[in-house]
Design a protein around this ligand. Structure first.
Ligand code: ADP
Ligand code: MG
Length: 318
């Protein structure tokens, strides 16, 4: 992506800084979002040991121009916004400009990238935030980011990681959610050399649900498609026969982003109440499209929770 600039101090202060990288799943989330922001149509995520020893994300997106590579690893360096006003119109996934800087400061990172208009690619290595090497190499168009030995230099944080199996499950959940929110992108997930998920990127929501959740779920769906004022709602909801004992199957996305929101959960459960046994929760895969100006997507550093400008109005309309 072109024109990476460093945000001014004022803007930096307005963006509440937070811990971005907690575990391998946060690394995968940030790298996948970067790939998507770079207009990739195919992304492969590979992890080993739950992502603790290795995370590799390969995309066929725009690549990073050689002279901008070191800049991409500076804190608050982003090509996605320039001033705080842009925050209110942002439609890209990342914009805090701190993911690569945070990741590189707590791991050993190798970046291989090539833009469409460059003849050769670049390979950049940075460990614990310190640049090791930048060289020209042959590479396909797009970007590969390899993150090795997460928290190798911060043992206290490494201690908080769970077993590779648990960390791998977190990564898996993140990949699934991102795959579900992007039917137009083919996403492959490989864990310990085994293929775990491979979505086609053929735009078909139902195929995607089948790939991720299997046949029973995919054959018990009702489609939803409506528009009220500036809100468009589309996707699928499950029949009560596929209800679950927990909320894990309540999926909803705002402007393409997977989020959690008590308001939306409550609205969904309220609507299902007459059809549902107690303590059962529905399967939903709902996409809400709302004008970006009415949302504050910068509330939480990991951007899982959004704030609505007019929460009460939203509840009523839902
Ligand atoms: P942010 O995504 O918030 O801008 P990051 O630290 O995640 O910040 O990335 C910094 C910059 O590096 C991005 O703005 C983008 O220009 C570039 N970049 C990162 N990953 C990729 C990628 N996979 N393809 C192209 N450009 C990328
Ligand atoms: Mg990012």
């Amino acid at each position: 992506m072109a024109n990476i600039t460093v945000l001014d101090q004022n803007t930096i202060n307005k963006i509440a800084a937070g811990e971005v990288i907690e575990r391998p799943a946060s690394v995968v989330k940030e790298l996948l979002e970067n790939a998507i922001d770079a207009q990739a149509t195919a992304v492969t995520v590979e992890i080993k040991d739950g992502g603790i020893s290795l995370v590799r994300v390969t995309d066929n997106g725009s690549g990073i121009p050689k002279e901008q590579i070191p800049l991409a690893f500076l804190r608050h360096a982003t090509s996605k916004i320039k001033t705080v006003e842009d925050l209110f119109t942002i439609s890209s996934l990342g914009f805090r400009g701190e993911a690569l800087a945070s990741i590189a400061s707590v791991s050993q990172v190798e970046l291989i990238t090539k833009t469409g208009d460059s003849l050769t690619g670049s390979r950049y290595q940075i460990e614990g935030g310190i640049k090791k090497d930048l060289e020209e190499i042959g590479a396909p168009e797009g970007t590969t980011l390899i993150v090795r030995n997460l928290f190798y230099n911060t043992p206290a944080r490494r201690k908080f990681l769970k077993t590779p199996m648990t960390e791998g499950a977190h990564v898996s959940a993140v990949v699934e959610k991102i795959a579900l929110s992007h039917p137009d992108i083919s996403i492959r997930f490989i864990m310990n050399n085994q293929n775990k998920l491979y979505t086609s990127g053929n735009h078909n929501q139902k195929d995607l649900i089948y790939t991720v959740f299997g046949r029973e779920i995919a054959s018990n769906l009702l489609s939803v498609n409506m528009e009220i004022d500036a809100i468009r709602l589309s996707g699928f909801i499950g029949k009560p026969v596929i209800a679950r004992a927990n909320r894990n199957y309540e999926n909803y996305f705002i402007n393409g982003r997977y989020i959690r929101s008590n308001i939306i959960s409550k609205a969904i459960e309220e609507a299902y109440k007459p059809f549902m046994m107690q303590h059962k929760y529905p399967f939903t895969m709902l996409h809400l499209n709302i004008a970006p100006g009415t949302l504050d997507v910068n509330v939480h550093p990991t951007k899982m929770e959004l704030r609505f400008q007019t929460e009460s109005r939203f509840t009523v309309r839902c």
